[in-house]
Design a protein around this ligand. Structure first.
Ligand code: SF4
Length: 408
C-alpha cells in the first residue's frame, strides 16, 4: 500500500527531493527513486511498500547473523522489495533488484505474530530495511511498546536525521561492511563508503552492533583490505564487536568464483589479531562458529549450524573465569533480584511483619515504606551486581542460572 513518505522536500516545479538516504534523489512527477519504492505523485513523495512484505518467517537469530544478541532465540523476520544499493553480487537480488509479489502485513499484525510465535521481536531483513523507513518505524515503535526487540539487517546507507529518529526503537543491527575501498562501493554497489561508516559509528553508540563482511575473490580479499577493515572496526566500534566473515557464492551479475576456505581462513586470522569475536559464515567450519571467552579461552557458546548451546553463566559471565562477555541474553539481572528481595524485606519490616501485613491487607503498604525499602535495596543491589562481580556465582540461585541460559 502507498503512504506519504517522510524526509523529503517539495520544489515549486513539482519535483521532490528525497532525504531518506545519501542518494538524495530528485524526482520529477511520476519518477521513482533509485531504490524503486519511492515515487513522486503530484508533488507528494510516496512510499510504495508501506506494510507490504515478500517474506515472513521465524528465523534463528543466528541467521541474521547476530551471535551475541539473545543467542538461541527465534525472531520474526520480515522483508519487502527494493534496495538503495545495486550490488552486482547481491545474494537476494530476486527481491532487492527484481519485481516480486508482496502481501499486506500491517504493523499490528507483525507485532501480533511476533508475540504468537514466541519470537524475541522483529527483524527487518532480507532486503534493505532503511528504504522501508515508515513501516519499520511504526512497527518497531509498536513492538517496543509490546516489550519486543527490533533488529535491522542493513547496508547502513541512510541519512543521519532519519537514522537518529529510528535508533531509539532499534535494539540491534547487523551492518554490512562490504569493503574499505571507495571505488568498490561506487562501482560494485552504486553507493558510497563514508555514509556506511558513519551509520555504523552512530548506531554503535545507541544499539548493539555486529558487522558482516562478504569476501569476494578478486574484489575485496586482500590482506591489506582485511587489515584496514579490522583496524577500523576495532578502533571505531570497539575490539569486542562481533564480526562475521562470510563466504560469497556467485549470484546476480558478478561472475567471481565462490570464496575458497583458505581465503576465509586468512581473513579470519587477520581479523582475529585485532578483534575478540570473529566468526565465519556461509560455510560449515567448526573454527569460527563458537564463542570463546576473550580472557581465558573457555567455550562460552557452542554452535552447530543454527543450533546453539549456551554455557554462559547469568550476567553473560564466562563459565570458567567469571568475566562478563559482550553478549546480551534473556534473564533477570542479578541487581533486579536483589532489589526485589531487599525491597520486599524492608517493606515487611516497615509494615510490621508478614502476619500483620496480611491482616491489614494491601492498603497498609504505604508508599513511604516502599520508597524507604527500595532506595537502600537498589544501592545494595548495584554493589552486589557490579562491585562484588566475582562473588556473583556464589550468590546466584541455580534456578536463575537455568532461566538465563535458556533465554526467552
Ligand atoms: S530512499 Fe530511495 S528515493 Fe530516497 S534518496 Fe534513497 S534511493 Fe532515492
Amino acid at each position: 500500500m502507498a503512504r506519504e513518505a517522510r524526509y523529503y522536500e517539495r520544489s515549486a516545479d513539482g519535483s521532490v527531493r528525497c532525504r531518506l538516504c545519501p542518494h538524495q534523489c530528485r524526482l520529477k512527477e511520476a519518477e521513482v527513486g533509485l531504490c524503486r519504492v519511492r515515487r513522486n505523485e503530484g508533488g507528494t513523495l510516496l512510499s510504495l511498500i508501506y506494510g507490504e512484505v515478500t517474506s515472513v518467517a521465524v528465523d534463528p537469530i543466528e541467521k541474521k547473523p547476530l551471535y551475541h544478541f539473545y543467542p538461541g532465540s527465534g525472531i520474526l523476520s520480515l522483508g519487502t522489495i527494493g534496495c538503495n544499493f545495486s550490488c552486482l553480487f547481491c545474494q537476494n537480488w530476486q527481491i532487492s533488484q527484481a519485481q516480486a509479489p508482496t502481501s499486506p502485513f500491517p504493523p499490528e499484525e507483525a507485532v501480533g505474530q511476533a508475540q504468537a510465535t514466541g519470537s524475541i521481536g522483529i527483524a527487518y531483513t532480507y532486503n534493505e530495511p532503511n528504504i522501508w523507513f515508515e513501516y519499520v518505524l511504526d512497527t518497531a515503535t509498536l513492538a517496543r511498546e509490546a516489550g519486543l526487540k527490533n533488529v535491522l539487517v542493513t547496508n547502513g546507507y541512510i541519512a543521519a536525521e532519519p537514522l537518529a529518529e529510528l535508533l531509539p526503537v532499534i535494539d540491534a543491527l547487523n551492518i554490512d561492511l562490504k569493503s574499505m575501498d571507495r571505488d568498490f562501493y561506487v562501482k560494485l554497489c552504486g553507493g558510497r563508503l563514508e555514509p556506511v561508516l558513519e551509520t555504523a559509528k552512530r548506531a554503535s553508540r545507541d544499539a548493539f552492533v555486529e558487522v558482516t563482511h562478504l569476501v569476494i575473490p578478486g574484489h575485496n580479499d586482500s590482506d591489506d583490505q582485511f587489515r584496514r577493515m579490522a583496524d577500523w572496526v576495532a578502533g571505531e566500534l570497539g575490539p569486542d564487536t562481533p564480526t562475521h566473515i562470510s563466504a560469497y557464492f556467485p549470484r546476480y551479475r558478478l561472475q567471481a568464483p565462490p570464496t575458497p576456505l583458505a581465503t576465509l581462513q586468512r581473513a579470519y586470522d587477520t581479523f582475529s589479531d585485532r578483534l575478540n569475536y570473529v566468526y565465519l559464515g556461509n560455510v560449515m567450519a567448526k573454527e569460527g562458529s563458537d564463542t570463546r571467552c576473550a580472557h581465558c579461552g573457555a567455550l562460552a557458546i557452542e554452535r552447530l549450524g543454527y543450533h546453539t548451546t549456551n554455557h554462559l553463566r547469568p550476567g553473560a559471565r564466562c563459565p570458567d573465569c567469571g568475566r562478563r562477555l559482550p553478549v546480551i541474553m534473556a534473564g533477570i539481572r542479578i541487581a533486579t533480584v536483589w532489589t526485589i528481595g531487599i525491597a520486599t524485606l524492608c517493606t515487611l519490616i516497615g509494615a510490621g511483619g508478614l502476619g500483620d501485613l496480611i491482616m491489614r491487607g494491601l492498603r497498609s503498604i504505604q508508599m513511604d515504606y516502599l520508597i524507604a525499602g527500595t532506595v537502600p535495596a537498589a544501592i545494595l543491589a548495584v554493589l552486589f551486581d557490579w562491585a562484588l562481580g566475582g562473588l556473583e556465582r556464589w550468590l546466584t540461585p541455580e534456578g536463575l542460572r537455568g532461566y538465563a541460559e535458556h533465554g526467552r
